[in-house]
Every structure is written in C-alpha cells, then in structure tokens.
Write a protein that binds this ligand. Structure first.
Ligand SMILES: Cc1ncc(COP(=O)(O)O)c(C=O)c1O
Length: 378
C-alpha cells in the first residue's frame, strides 16, 4: 500500500475488506473443483452453497423465483442479460449508463436489436412519464420485446433511481428490466432492499471490497436467460466454467463487512467536503437536487473555471486519489457522456468525483484539511 495517501475513489474500485485480507494472509483456501464428488470437492461446494444462501437471505430473494449466477463482473452480467434480446427487440437505455451497457447495446445492434435512448433530466433523474410514453410509442409500431436498463446508483454522479419507477416502467410496458446495481452496496442505506418484481440485478465484487474479476446477478426464473458462456453444466447450465470458490467467499466476507459499515459517518464526511467545495463561487454540485437522493459516499462537482485534468494533478500532489467523473479506461479525461446527457455539456471536461469508503473513516480530519488546501490553491 502506498503511504501518506488517501484513497477517495471507491466507485472505481475498492481495497479488500479487512476480513478477506486476513483470510488471504492465512493462505489456506478451498481449492478443489466444486463439481468433484470427493470430500475436497464437496467442501468447495459447501463453501459455494453457503455464499448462495447468504446472498438470498441478505437480499431477501427466493431461490424458487431467482437464480444467482456468478460471473466475472458487471460487464459480463450486463452482457449476459441483454444476450436474450434478438432481431426486432429493443434495448432501452440512457446515454448516461455505464459503458458496459452502451457498448453491449451497440454490439447487439448488428443482430437487428434496436437501440432507444431514454431521457434523464438536468439532475440526473430518470424521466418516468416521458420514457413510458417513448416505450408505448415504440410498442405501437413494433412487435418485439423491450429490454430496459436501470442504473440504480450512478457511478459518476452517485444519483440513484427508484426501483418503484423501474417496476412502473416494467408493468406499463410489459418489458424486461435489468437493474445495474453495481454501485449500490455500501453506498446507499437500503442497498440490500430489492424487489422480486424486476428481472435481474447485477453486482461487481471489487466495488465493495472483494476480488476483481468476480460478480453475480440475481435473475428471475421467468426471464428467458440465454447462457453467454457455454461449457460444462456448472451453475445449472447458466454459465459454463469451473466456479470461482475463492471469489464467492470474498463476496460474502466483503458484504458482511458492508452490513456493519457506518454509512452515516461516510455521509457526514461527504457532506463536509461538499460544503467546502460549495464555498467556492465557481463550483456546481452535480445531482444534488436529484429526486431520490445520491449515494452517501459520492461527491461529483464541477469547477467551472478549471478542466478536470488540471485539477486532478493538484489533488494527486496533495495525496488525495480522486477521479475525473469521466476518466476513460485508458486513464485520460474525456468529455463526460453523463454530464452531456444531463445538459451540462459546457462543463463535460470539468467534472471531478470523489467517492469515499471504509478506510477513510478515522482519517476525516486529514482528508478535510488536504481537500480544503487544494481547493484554495486551484
Ligand atoms: C454502474 C457500473 N456498471 C458496470 C460496471 C462494470 O463493472 P466491471 O468493470 O466490474 O465489470 C461498472 C464499473 O465501473 C459500474 O460502475
């Protein structure tokens, strides 16, 4: 770990949970193939079953109505859901969705799937009435099915949507709804309250303190799920490939820790940093007026007079790891598609995001002091 730095980029990825870190240090893991029928294999299967039971209980979903499918992360979970869309169907999405959704939708275009962008407003709210009308109009002249994506908690702005809106959309348009819940654990108070009325929820383990390259989705048994990876009959044939037992264990350990996390303390720190940012005249806080609130750990702010790449250097030199809202996968600052979709295109290169997490607790004063110092310099 780098010394004298404060990591404020939990929406990009998070450090391991303390319990998983200690578990790794012990070095004794279930290694056998859970499909093997010998005792070692059965032990691996038992570990996997324990994680499954824990997840059903935690999210209060019924194993009779929902599958849990382990995969390599949200990118795969999203792609697997939309795999069910075929020629003549439509993917309803928002331009502010994560690239994993946008690229997946674009990829499926070549199969004859139509792409219909839905509306969000300047605060990042999903515009339910407009989008229902859009879907109804599409259904009047098309016979295909609608597959819609709802971004539960926005990775860049922290703006959350309402699952009730997603249910209304589904019921009034008879569509299939996928909830990209990647950013919810440990970032909103009710992160484990989901509804069994929606078709799928997708999570990525590294966003909440577990291993990278691991994720899981809850998928309704009534959804026409198409296996993306075929191979052995693992996971009831829903995803071929030997199961990642250690990955699943990391998920349970990390979520147990998130259950005990003091989200109020994280929110308090975020609010203090927000007040400091707002003391500058040229600052605009993104998503502050959103209808259903924001992730408690996320502060996205625009310095109207400074491009994000310039500001980021100052934060970095001060020992604060923060991100531009629009950092692309190559690490450079691109105009933010999210800010553009919110009608803030003039500031699309100015957005800064800090996203807090467990390791920031106990260091509030140092973080606040450093943040204030950089704000004064910029
Ligand atoms: C909202 C959202 N969806 C999907 C993803 C993709 O997750 P992963 O890179 O773990 O597959 C991310 C990651 O940043 C995300 O924030």
């Amino acid at each position: 770990m780098l010394k004298n730095r404060f990591y404020l980029d939990y929406n990009a990825t998070s450090p391991f949970s303390t319990s998983f870190k200690s578990y790794l240090e012990k070095g004794d893991f279930p290694f056998a193939n859970p499909a093997s029928i010998h005792t070692s294999g059965k032990f691996s299967r038992k570990c996997l079953n324990e994680v499954n039971e824990y997840l059903y209980k935690l999210f209060k979903l019924d194993p009779n109505s929902h599958h849990i499918i382990f995969h390599s992360g949200a990118t795969e979970g999203i792609r697997s859901f939309f795999e069910a869309a075929s020629d003549g169907d439509a993917i309803f999405y928002c331009e502010s969705d994560h690239p994993a959704v946008l690229a997946c939708a674009n990829h499926l275009k070549s199969r004859g799937v139509k792409l219909i962008p839905m509306a969000i407003d300047q605060s990042g709210n999903f515009e339910l009435d407009k989008n229902v009308e859009l879907a109804k109009a599409w259904l009047e002249s098309n016979s295909g099915k609608i597959f819609a994506n709802f971004l539960y908690v926005h990775n860049e702005t922290g703006v959350r949507c309402s699952l009730d809106d997603a249910i209304s959309f589904k019921n009034t348009t008879n569509s299939f709804v996928h909830v990209d819940a990647t950013q919810s654990p440990g970032k909103i108070h009710d992160w484990n309250k989901v509804s069994d009325k929606l078709d799928a929820y997708t999570y990525s383990a590294h966003k909440f303190g577990a291993l990278k390259g691991v994720g899981f989705s809850f998928v309704s048994k009534s959804f026409p799920y198409e296996s993306l990876l075929v191979g052995g009959s693992q996971q009831s044939g829903l995803r071929g490939g030997t199961e990642n037992v250690l990955g699943a264990i990391s998920v349970k350990m990390a979520l147990e820790e998130i259950q005990a996390l003091d989200l109020e303390a994280i929110e308090k720190l975020r609010d203090t940093l927000e007040v400091l940012a707002e003391s500058r005249e040229d600052v605009f806080i993104v998503g502050k007026t959103s209808k259903y609130g924001r992730a408690v750990n996320t502060l996205n702010f625009i310095l109207k007079s400074k491009r994000a790449d310039i500001s980021l250097i100052q934060f970095d030199m001060a020992g604060l790891d923060i991100s531009s809202g629009s950092a692309c996968s190559a690490g450079s600052v691109e105009p933010s598609k999210t800010l553009i979709a919110m009608g803030l295109e003039q500031y699309a290169k100015n957005g800064l995001r800090l996203s807090l997490g467990p390791l920031n607790l106990g260091h509030e004063e140092e973080i606040i002091q450093k943040f204030e110092k950089v704000l004064r310099k910029l």
